[in-house]
Design a protein around this ligand. Structure first.
Ligand SMILES: NC(=O)c1ccc[n+]([C@@H]2O[C@H](COP(=O)([O-])OP(=O)(O)OC[C@H]3O[C@@H](n4cnc5c(N)ncnc54)[C@H](OP(=O)(O)O)[C@@H]3O)[C@@H](O)[C@H]2O)c1
Length: 309
């Protein structure tokens, strides 16, 4: 039997949670999360958001308490962006129902994606996404991994013209060749790019991130904890001490080490992380507070981490 909780019950749980966790510490009590401008607009967004853990797709057997806690913790710590589940497997993700029950649609910056090929299939996918999330207009719609751009990009352009989404763009991760993306960005100047970027996946630094800055494209970093090809960042650093010099930049965990390195590139507008643990949401959101490493420290961080690989 699934146990559902309502928002009032959640707030009680949330207060208990906050008291039981390390929050609020002095920094969090006095500051708010950093925000960055979406280029060419007067709108800013908080620098750390969330991706789509499995608990946003299928309800855990214990009910909706955990996904609600994860989302509310992000909001409490100043995060707003959710990169919503990209696929229907085969049912609609539970996220739509949860954020509507929490009545927080206007507090969130929601990202949706077309993950299919074919003109009508792409439109159907968007319609189903919006029906699930119920946010009108959507904040940001992307073509996932630049799939069937011939059909899908014109659909997004039309949706933006019709006011059904505020921003449009593409996502692309795990690439060794950015030629097609670079040509697309130069031709279309998308509002947003979502791309894999981290110390172990720095390739976008060479041309794509400088280009994004030149043409005024906002960049959302993803896969902050993927190490090389196997997704093993935390295995790589397991049992290793964080260097003492990193603490000068408010880095108190390996997650913050990765996230602060990513955010210290000014081309990044925000970064999203995937987790189904409240303590990891707290850890990750804290990366959006305090100082960021300077260029010399950034290099030192990269050298230090890569020496462990
Ligand atoms: N093409 C695209 O559009 C595309 C491609 C890839 C990703 N994305 C987006 O980017 C999001 C994030 O990327 P990702 O899927 O590669 O996930 P990620 O955030 O790089 O890594 C997730 C893993 O890290 C763990 N984790 C998270 N925070 C942690 C912390 N503070 N301490 C220890 N472990 C932690 C999680 O486990 P726990 O659950 O145990 O915390 C999970 O195993 C995705 O959800 C998706 O929205 C988009």
């Amino acid at each position: 039997m699934i146990k559902l909780i309502n928002r009032r019950d959640f707030l009680v749980n949330s207060a208990i949670l906050a008291a039981a966790s390390s929050l609020p510490n002095n920094v969090l009590a006095q500051e708010t999360m950093h925000t960055r401008m979406i280029p060419g607009t007067t709108e800013s967004i908080p620098v750390v958001g969330m991706g789509a853990p499995d608990i946003f797709v299928n309800l855990p057997k214990e009910g909706n308490a955990l996904p609600i806690s994860v989302i509310q913790t992000m909001l409490d710590l100043g995060g707003r962006m959710i990169d919503t589940p990209a696929f229907f497997r085969p049912n609609d993700p539970v996220l739509g129902q949860i954020i509507n029950e929490m009545n927080i649609l206007q507090d969130l910056f929601l990202v949706g994606k077309i993950t299919t090929s074919g003109k009508q299939e792409g439109i159907d996918h968007l319609e189903r996404t919006v029906k699930n999330l119920k946010k009108k207009p959507m904040d940001l719609l992307l073509v996932h991994n630049m799939r069937d751009m011939k059909n899908n990009w014109s659909t997004l352009q039309q949706w933006k013209e019709e006011g059904r989404t505020r921003y449009i763009g593409v996502s692309l991760t795990r690439q060794h060749d950015y030629t097609e993306l670079e040509a697309f960005m130069k031709a279309e100047k998308p509002d947003f790019l979502m791309t894999g970027y981290s110390i172990t996946q720095p390739q976008p630094e060479a041309r794509i991130l400088p280009l994004a800055q030149d043409i005024g494209t906002a960049v959302v970093g993803v896969e902050p904890f993927k190490a090389f090809d196997d997704g093993a960042f935390f295995k790589m650093v397991a049992g290793k001490e964080i260097p003492a010099w990193a603490a000068d930049f408010g880095i108190n965990s390996w997650a913050q080490y990765s996230l602060k390195w990513i955010l210290s590139n000014p081309a990044l507008t925000s970064v999203v992380t995937e987790t189904s643990k409240v303590k990891h949401v707290i850890d990750n959101m804290k990366a959006g507070y305090g100082d960021l490493p300077d260029a010399a420290t950034r290099k030192k961080m990269s050298d230090h981490l890569l020496a462990m690989a």
